[in-house]
Design a protein around this ligand. Structure first.
Ligand code: ZN
Length: 553
């Protein structure tokens, strides 16, 4: 430009001095000034500072295009636009430079009110929650000494009287000085239980305290029982025996406590940690995580038979709904399967979504299996009913995807025309094969029409193939009493599991998950049968069937 137009601008300024005086503003900003923008681009920074371009969406590329158009067309409006754009850029740059000049303070007191010196910022990034690996053991020790509990219990106690009092209160609570509500004194045996000899002698005494709860109408309270047991020895056969035997005394906590804890976790979905907090606050016990774990394991041992009962009833029944859902855990992912009838629910855990899980469980079942269209169920050798709601939703989706696909629309219309009267019959008369079989003719007609027709579109062909492939699994319910045409029953059970999902997810080991699912199976079966799960747990009855029988008698 100097060669073409000489070394002076229109205003008589030397071009050389302009070039020499040029500064890269980016190099001033980069690494020194951090605007709250995503880039150091002029558009970002100037827009943040409040500059507004006269054109919408200004961009450097667009200016190249404008220049090109102007060269070809010579249009003055294009030229005006280009000049406006360039002068906007200059204005924006000017604003940025002025701001920077204000930002750089002569002394800290003159700092721009919206700016903060980087050095004065509190570093936040290196800190995080959770354990830190320290290079030196000394650092580890120092870090541990900063823990909240440690400082309160060891350090502040020495200097702060209020903290000292709080610590003393905490200690007092932890001493098991809870009042005993009832004491069972030992009975006095007069003969040996084995040889009937009367030459028996008391050789010792011990007592056992059982921590429990007591439910009353509208309330629950702490209930502590003390059992005093004498030890005897037979002088004739030298048998050692206790004066009394109590079923629950080998445990620290009683059955009502077990019921309360299991109910809280499984039915109300309270995480284990919170349950222990809840029990400790309300009842003054010191029920820790290990105790809760033991209670849960004890429950799975007590109710193992009930679980098997439910499973056998389900497998010997006429109807099973199946569904499965994904579950991510700490250690990895797996699947929760649900198998349910109208009255029984069984949850299973597996690490794969393999069809073998369903096949193994359903081995020997010869009722009707209701499921969605997941192919894992295809190979199960019993009568099957696919969920028609799933099918309808899929077909609806296809029609929405291709709104001008007339043959698809027609196919869906025809299917709906077959299904609607069937649903009306069910609505009026229930799931009775006597009434439903009358609809089989219209189903046959539907299939004859469908299979005789050639489909021109991909979607049409796919839908036809799906109907053909599942011919034996779409209208099975017409031949049975009480077989639903959808899988809502299983989906409902899956939802019941979802409530427990967050509680289980924190658990990494497989056994923990299986325990949860076993207890949840019993809980959900109670719900399906209209029974009170907590009531069953509290009853002391091990078998659900027995509990039901006693209640109905
Ligand atoms: Zn004896």
């Amino acid at each position: 430009m100097v060669r073409r137009y000489g070394g002076k601008t229109q205003d008589g300024v030397s071009v050389d001095s302009l070039i020499e005086g040029a500064r890269s503003i980016v190099s001033v900003i980069y690494g020194h000034i951090y605007f709250p923008t995503y880039s150091n681009g002029l558009k970002d920074i100037a827009t943040f500072l409040g500059y507004r371009w006269s054109t919408e969406e200004p961009s450097g590329q667009r200016s190249l295009l404008l220049r090109h158009r102007w060269e070809i067309e010579g249009s003055t409006t294009v030229k005006q636009e280009l000049i406006a754009y360039n002068s906007d850029d200059c204005g924006a740059l000017e604003l940025v430079v002025k701001t920077i000049e204000q930002l750089i303070p002569v002394d800290a007191a003159l700092l721009h009110p919206d700016a903060v010196l980087v050095d004065s910022l509190k570093p936040q990034l290196p800190y995080r929650l959770g354990p830190v690996d320290f290079v030196l053991p000394e650092l580890d020790y120092i870090n541990k000494c900063a823990y909240w509990d440690y400082q309160r219990d060891r350090i502040y106690v020495r200097s702060n009287p209020r903290v000292r009092r709080a610590a003393r209160r905490k200690q007092r609570g932890s001493r098991h000085s809870l009042r005993v509500n009832k004491t069972f004194t030992p009975s006095r045996p007069w003969k040996c239980p084995k040889c009937d000899s009367r030459k028996i002698a008391k050789v010792g005494r011990h007592s056992k305290v059982l921590y429990d709860l007591r439910f009353s109408a509208g309330g629950v309270r702490r209930w502590i029982t003390k059992y005093v047991i004498d030890h005897y020895r037979c002088g004739t056969c030298s048998l050692s025996f206790p004066s009394d035997e109590y079923e629950w005394t080998r445990h620290r906590y009683g059955l009502q406590m077990l019921a309360y804890v299991i109910h809280s976790i499984i039915e109300v979905h309270i995480p284990q940690l919170k349950v222990s907090q809840n029990v400790n606050t309300l009842f003054g016990y010191r029920l820790g995580q290990p105790s809760i774990n033991r209670l849960k394991q004890r429950a799975t041992e007590i109710y193992r038979e009930t679980y098997d009962d439910i499973k056998n009833t389900l497998l010997n029944g006429k109807l099973i709904h199946a569904d499965e859902t994904h579950l991510g855990t700490k250690r990895g992912a797996g699947y929760v399967w649900v198998f349910t009838s109208m009255e029984e629910v069984i949850y299973l855990w597996s690490t794969t979504r393999d069809g073998d899980v369903a096949k193994d469980f359903l081995g020997g079942f010869d009722g009707v299996l209701v499921s969605d269209f997941y192919s894992a169920y295809d190979s199960i050798p019993c009568a099957q009913q696919r969920c028609l709601i799933h099918l309808i939703r899929d077909l609806n989706g296809e029609v929405l995807k291709e709104p001008f696909n007339e043959e698809m629309k027609e196919l869906v219309h025809e299917f709906a025309a077959v299904l609607r009267p069937i649903i009306e019959t069910i609505d009026r008369l229930g799931l009775k094969k006597h009434f439903l079989q009358k609809h089989k003719r219209s189903v046959t007609c539907f299939y004859e029409r469908l299979l005789a027709r050639e489909y021109g579109t991909e979607a049409g062909r796919k839908a036809r193939e799906r109907f053909r492939k599942n011919r034996e699994r779409l209208f099975t319910f017409l031949d049975y009493d009480g077989v639903p045409w959808n899988n809502n029953n299983a989906e409902h059970a899956i939802r019941a599991f979802s409530g427990l999902r967050d509680v289980i997810q924190g658990f990494s080991n497989e056994r923990g998950i299986r325990d949860y699912l076993m207890l949840l199976s019993i809980c959900q079966t109670c719900v399906y049968r209209g029974l009170d799960f907590l009531g069953f747990l509290r009853s002391g009855e091990k078998r659900l069937n027995e509990y039901t029988r006693k209640r109905t008698v």
